[in-house]
Ligand binder design. Structure first.
Ligand code: UFG
Length: 338
């Protein structure tokens, strides 16, 4: 199949591009490089030995996107072109709503105009909100989100579901990611956050490489086994392979299908720090600080549906995730700017 990856030069998009190419699919990428780099795509081409059709384009730009749809015979779209920093979304809600909703509408309009019927969406566990019991199951209602970023995912899921309900020939897969970490085992592609990282693993990696002095663990008084928050961390290559399964499933399965992509096993912040130290034989300086606003104490996936229906399951261990994150960071201390 020929797959358009909107926002495909970012962290999850680039790893998915690699997995799709290695599975024999063709890849077209449109990206404005806001939180991404063309160098990631060049490295994907090098690793796979296969070409990617790459466009520098803002996915909100309808004319630019129409040109891409017309120039390529697209079978399926995967939408990664979302802004994703929780804290930034609280400060700049309009920026988040404009980008995330507009990119989704533009893709849907271009698909309608050119007859493309398959849409895979990068969603998030954040849509389960704070009300649902854990582990999260796909049959649960979406909950209320604690920040604008989360609400954009919630709203985008709704927009997509409505669009698909109105067209019996359209197929939609919503992939709800848990906490993606790690990097391709080569260390040539990985996560390259803008500025000081918000997320745990890039923060730990940058402490390890000496760019940041120490990690602050946000709260150690939660009602969890060691008092720190627990999450379902998933290796980004497992996540990427989940997209390949979704793309190969979607065309024969009309309507909306939702899958959690997680491991089903939670780890605490302290467990992640210890695992990183052990896997890489180094020490991470950390201290405990106050809780971060909006953090839930713990959540993880029920990952049964993806296993049963897609035949997908996460196979990489926490040790793999820690080793590969560090392998990427130490080879690329300044990300793609090296
Ligand atoms: N953490 C720290 N110190 C840090 C960074 C993170 O202690 O410097 C802790 C957080 O408090 C949390 C855990 O590490 O307990 C994981 O934090 P991340 O920021 O890596 O991930 P989140 O679980 O907060 O965020 C994820 C996704 C978002 C999604 C959100 C839903 O990255 O896309 O879950 O809650 F919206």
């Amino acid at each position: 199949m020929k797959i358009l990856l909107a926002g495909g030069a970012g962290y999850i998009g680039s790893h998915t591009a690699l997995a799709l190419l290695n599975s024999g699919h063709d890849v077209v990428i449109a990206d404005n490089y806001y939180n991404a780099s063309p160098e990631a795509v060049r490295r994907v081409e090098k690793l796979t030995g296969k070409p990617v059709t790459l466009y520098e384009a803002d996915v909100q730009d309808r004319d630019a996107m129409m040109k891409i749809f017309k120039e390529n015979d697209i079978d399926c779209v995967i939408h990664f072109a979302g802004l994703k920093a929780v804290g930034e979304s609280v400060k700049k809600p309009l920026f988040y709503y404009r980008n995330n909703i507009d990119t989704t509408l533009t893709l849907l309009e271009c698909m309608e105009a050119t007859g493309v019927k398959n849409f895979v969406f990068s969603s998030s566990a954040t849509v389960y909100g704070a009300e649902n019991a854990i582990p999260y199951v796909e049959t649960m209602h979406r909950g209320s989100c604690s920040n604008p970023y989360g609400w954009t995912k919630y709203m985008m899921e709704q927009i997509l579901t409505d669009a698909v309900a109105a067209d019996p020939d359209m197929n939609l897969v919503l992939l709800r990611y848990f906490n993606p970490i790690g990097a391709h085992e080569s260390g040539m592609i990985g996560e390259d956050p803008k500025g000081i990282p918000n997320n745990l693993m890039p923060y730990i990696s940058q402490v390890a490489v000496g760019k940041l002095d120490h990690l602050t663990i946000f709260g150690n008084d939660y009602d969890t086994p060691d008092g720190t928050c627990r999450r379902d961390y998933i290796h980004v290559m497992d996540l990427a392979e989940g997209h390949v399964k979704a793309v190969e499933y979607i065309a024969d399965h009309p309507g909306t299908n939702i899958f959690n992509l997680g491991t089903g096993t939670p780890y605490s912040v302290l467990e992640i720090v210890k695992a990183f130290e052990k896997a890489n034989d180094l020490k991470i300086k950390y201290e405990f600080g106050p809780r971060r606003a909006g953090d839930l104490p713990e959540f993880w996936a029920n990952a049964d549906k993806a296993k049963k229906v897609l035949g997908w399951t996460a196979t990489r261990t926490l040790e793999d995730m820690c080793r590969d994150s560090w392998n990427w960071q130490k080879q690329n201390p300044n990300g793609y700017r090296d």
